[in-house]
Design a protein around this ligand. Structure first.
Ligand SMILES: C[S@@+](CC[C@H](N)C(=O)[O-])C[C@H]1O[C@@H](n2cnc3c(N)ncnc32)[C@H](O)[C@@H]1O
Length: 308
């Protein structure tokens, strides 16, 4: 596995920036240490969290009518839906899994290599917001960004990401992206507020990870979990709200963070999409929408785009 792409410093700088900004926020990558990646897998199995099953339904029914030689999956994690693509793309010679979380990457690459022995499988540790330049070059590459992970980026981050991605695409390459769609607010709320508290445990783990890596004093008991629909931005805002005013010290960053009572620490957003809006975003990044497939219930979309 190629490593050393991950520059811890960049994540630490983003952490200082996020904790000192208003609203306060943490980089999403804190969610995906080894334990967090396992918790995310548990989230994907929750009946309320419909996203992976809707995406699988689409990928099974509508494999892209292209014949890529290389599939590169950004934020591949456990690479569950990747298998739907592998089964539908017989021309494929190489799979590249790309994720910020080294532990989950190693495990998924090994599992897939065992299940698809004819395929060359590579694992790359990196940050899709900074490291697209390290992706292997070549003809007929399909860059897949599944699981609505693109919804974890703010519109500004998304625009930067799409522009960088577009610049890295050649004429024979394609971009396939999974998008959760705007829908009934109660269903969205339920997807991030399961009764068993699995999603809450997943989100709280970000604080545990910061404490472990950076010597933080986040106290879980002083925060309550919150996941609510932000109608203005059309995203789920997911984080931890301070139950009382208190100060958190983060030794590794030399930082003191004073939370007011009721202040939110945003841990992630999950933006929900509309076709026209996303098509406009692709267009501004120099990408043209080729196909837009949805599941039977119209909950989720998979979009295929090429460089204009
Ligand atoms: C929503 S999960 C989806 C995982 C996987 N596609 C699945 O469905 O099981 C997001 C994945 O993106 C990875 N990730 C988050 N931020 C990242 C970043 N900036 N660069 C690379 N990977 C990132 C996480 O480690 C995680 O595996």
């Amino acid at each position: 596995m190629s490593k050393a792409l991950l520059d811890g410093r960049a994540q630490f700088e983003a952490t200082v920036e996020g904790l000192t900004a208003r609203p306060r926020h943490l980089p999403t990558a804190w969610l995906y240490d080894e334990h967090g990646s396992r918790l995310y897998e548990a989230v994907t199995r929750l009946p309320e969290y419909y996203l992976p099953r809707r995406e699988a339904e689409i990928l099974q029914a509508r494999s892209p009518a292209i014949a890529p030689r290389t599939l590169i999956e950004l934020g591949s994690g456990a690479a569950t839906n990747t298998r739907r693509l592998l089964d539908a793309l017989p021309s494929l010679e190489e799979l590249v899994l790309f994720d910020v979380s080294a532990s989950i990457l190693t495990a998924s690459a090994a599992t897939i290599a065992r299940a698809y022995p004819a395929l060359s499988v590579r694992a790359l540790v990196g940050d899709f917001e900074r490291d697209l330049g390290v992706l292997p070059r070549g003809e007929r590459r399909l860059i897949a960004f599944l699981s609505s992970t693109i919804g974890n980026l703010t519109p500004e981050q998304r625009s930067r990401f799409l522009t960088a991605l577009s610049a890295s695409l050649g004429n024979s390459d394609a971009f396939l992206v999974g998008l959760d769609l705007v829908k009934d607010v109660h269903r969205l709320g339920a997807a991030y507020n399961d009764e068993g508290g699995t999603t809450e445990a997943f989100v709280r783990n970000a604080l545990t990870a910061v404490n472990a890596v950076l010597g933080g004093t986040f106290d879980q008991a002083r925060f309550s979990y919150e996941a609510r629909w932000d109608a203005r931005h059309e995203w789920m805002e997911i984080g931890l709200r301070a139950r009382e005013a208190h100060v958190v010290y983060i030794r590794g960053l030399g930082l003191e963070v004073a939370f007011n009572a009721d202040e939110l620490l945003r841990v992630e957003i999950s933006a929900k999409f509309r076709r026209q809006v996303f098509e406009g975003e692709l267009d501004r990044a120099g990408l043209g929408l080729e196909s837009w497939w949805t599941d039977a219930a119209g909950d989720y979309a998979v979009a295929l785009a090429f460089r204009n």
